[in-house]
Design a protein around this ligand. Structure first.
Ligand code: SF4
Length: 308
């Protein structure tokens, strides 16, 4: 083959190699910039002071659908009351539900209680350290399982919560599918730095790359961000992207509010079924279907609560 043809064939491959090397250099530079910023801006949160898998799991379950500010005063109280899965499993479900009051989405409390029981039965009281074993526990999805691996076991695992999902979509410049977001998150974890890296991404999403009004002007990774949108730039690639939370339905007057109201009343004691307002009966039935309350002797009681 003439030398000119060989050169022409080699050129695309060389260009692809050069592009890959450029991308790797850009990823490394972005990693360094974000890790340095993360170390300087790390939020001091109590669950960041532990590597105990149970405590990390409790914090992650609480943070699934409740904001950091509301979890903060409740987390330490919870792990004081239930310092191990065995302590959690031994507590009556009714007490667990009472302690969960105010955090919302109480199915999480029941799942945590069931998970603790299964951890005792199947894993000798130790939260498992494998992805499949974690995913087999109730209320633990792909995000929570990977968070336990990254934050308790410091494994090189990328975690994609709503903040990280938003950041990754903006870096990419387009909405991401779930598998794509997870693959990108995984590919970006600097070896041996998963704990620092994922916490820095969380903090970037919370403090700089916020849902509204991202601070692109002072963002440490702006040079490597495809969007750099800042306030008002549309469309935001995070809209509809994997893991990015959708706007919540109004709470006032909602079914969720009715469920919370009834649970709160039951925390003080049984409620005669006849006294439950017609508007709240659907809430009562859905709480029963979730295994959170029971109807005994014509009265609603918190799950497995003894009837006085
Ligand atoms: S430049 Fe703006 S959009 Fe991009 S990561 Fe930083 S804050 Fe987010």
């Amino acid at each position: 083959m003439p030398e000119a043809d060989l050169t022409a064939r080699a050129a695309p491959a060389a260009r692809a190699d050069a592009a890959r090397a450029d991308a790797a250099r850009a990823d490394a530079a972005r990693s360094e910039a974000l890790l340095a910023w993360g170390a300087a801006h790390r939020r001091d949160l109590p669950w960041r002071h532990t590597r105990d898998p149970w405590r990390v799991l409790v914090s992650e379950v609480m943070l699934q659908q409740t904001q950091v500010d509301r979890v903060l005063p409740r987390y330490l109280d919870w792990v004081d009351a239930y310092p191990t899965p065995a302590a959690q499993a031994a507590a009556p479900l009714a007490d667990v539900l009472r302690r969960w009051q105010g955090l919302g989405y109480p199915r999480r409390a029941r799942n945590l209680h069931t998970t603790a029981t299964l951890v005792v039965e199947r894993h000798g009281g130790e939260v498992p350290g494998g992805l499949d074993a974690l995913l087999a526990l109730p209320g633990i999805g792909p995000y929570t399982a990977r968070a336990v691996l990254a934050f308790a076991h410091e494994r090189d695992v990328g975690v994609v919560d709503t903040n990280v999902g938003r950041v990754l979509a903006r870096w990419a410049g387009h909405p991401l599918r779930p598998a794509e977001a997870q693959a990108i998150a995984q590919s970006l974890v600097p070896a041996g730095r998963a704990w620092d890296w994922n916490q820095a991404l969380f903090d970037l999403g919370a403090l700089a790359c916020a849902k509204r009004a991202p601070r692109c002007d002072s963002c440490p990774v702006a040079p490597w961000c495809s969007w750099r949108g800042g306030a008002g730039a549309e469309p935001d690639p995070a809209t509809g992207s994997a893991a990015v939370s959708r706007p919540q339905a109004r709470f006032a007057g909602s079914h969720r509010q009715a469920r919370g109201r009834l649970l709160q009343a039951l925390a003080d004691g049984p409620v005669p079924s006849g006294s439950v307002a017609a508007a709240d009966r659907r809430a009562a039935e859905s709480l029963r279907a979730d295994g959170l309350i029971e109807l005994r002797g014509g009265r609603w009681v918190l799950g497995a609560d003894p009837v006085p």
